[in-house]
Design a protein. Structure first.
Ligand SMILES: *[C@@H]1O[C@H](CO)[C@@H](O)[C@H](O)[C@H]1NC(C)=O
Ligand SMILES: *[C@@H]1O[C@H](CO)[C@@H](O)[C@H](O)[C@H]1NC(C)=O
Length: 281
């Protein structure tokens, strides 16, 4: 007599569990062998290094976000993992809800010759997914300068792997193989960037606007040396593929403030990017 209703509640329970179970990687439920620290792997016969940071209360049954932070030019993975704002400041805001990875580029950059850096990311994602509990629908990359270029390249080559990427003062330095499918995209650029000029940053944004089917919209910019606050433009795009662009009165700076300089750990960039990434659940 109670069978139909218990069957119904079983089905309801299954339907509730299913979406996250489908997105959970093979590492869910396993006792992890990967712990926080530096690791190596071989990619196309080259030795590659990366740092992994697990939540301090890592739970093998909870599918976590996975956030990559490729470094800028002439830096290395320790620059992203350490300093005053590790992982471009996101780690401090994440409240143990994400696994962070700082990969190390070859020759202190991300030339991505023949796609070798994309292959490095493929292999890291495979190794991490097999061992750790990750929500495979919530994989992100965020970087500054060369690291922004690498994140953009991942959006081109792996649109179905990355839920969103963020490019801080980037350009197409790491190539764009593929580059037709939509990926949620956050970018920001200084109006007086003397290393990778504003037009280069807008080129990334405009490519993503096209791919994500966004309606055109005026994106105002603060005047150079005006000390005007940054200006954020949110575009209306294909459902699930938003694009945000922020223009600021500054030079080539990862974490700017609104006084024309470097805001470090108190930069407005950190909550903006976290808000952009954490809208996806
Ligand atoms: C951090 O996460 C814990 C549990 O996952 C939650 O209880 C707590 O409210 C969160 N804190 C903030 C500031 O979001
Ligand atoms: C930006 O830099 C590119 C590459 O160096 C150059 O071709 C272009 O003219 C520059 N654009 C502006 C507006 O300075």
């Amino acid at each position: 007599m109670s069978q139909p209703s218990s069957l119904l509640s079983l089905l309801t329970a299954l339907l509730l569990i299913l979406p996250s179970a489908l997105a959970a990687t093979a590492g869910c439920g396993k006792t992890n062998t990967i712990t926080s620290g530096s690791r190596t792997m071989t990619v196309n016969n080259k030795n590659r290094r990366y740092i992994v940071r697990l939540p301090s209360n890592y739970d093998k049954n909870r599918p976590y976000r996975l956030i990559f932070g490729p470094h800028w030019r002439d830096a290395d993975y320790q620059a992203v993992d350490g300093g005053s704002a590790p992982y471009y400041g996101l780690k401090a805001l994440s409240n143990n809800s994400a696994i962070f990875v700082a990969p190390d580029g070859l020759n202190k950059g991300w030339a991505n010759s023949g796609g070798e850096d994309v292959t490095f990311f493929d292999q890291m994602i495979k190794a991490l997914s097999d061992d750790l509990c990750i929500n495979e629908k919530l994989i992100f990359s965020l970087g500054f300068s060369y690291g922004a270029a690498m994140s953009y390249s991942l959006a081109c080559s792996r649109p179905n792997v990355f839920r969103a990427v963020a490019a801080l003062s980037g350009a197409t330095l790491s190539g764009c193989s593929g580059g037709t499918e939509p990926v949620a995209f956050y970018s920001q650029h200084g109006v007086r960037d003397s290393v990778l000029n504003l037009s280069m940053g807008k080129q990334l944004r405009d490519n993503m606007l096209k791919r994500n089917g966004c309606a055109s919209k005026n994106a105002p910019e603060p005047a150079r040396n005006s000390r005007q606050p940054h200006i954020k433009t949110e575009y209306s795009c294909k459902e699930g593929y938003p694009v945000t662009f922020v223009a600021f009165d500054g030079d080539h700076v990862a974490l700017p403030n609104d006084q024309g300089g470097d805001g470090g750990a108190s930069s407005w960039t950190i909550p903006e990017v976290w808000k952009f990434f954490s809208q996806f659940t």
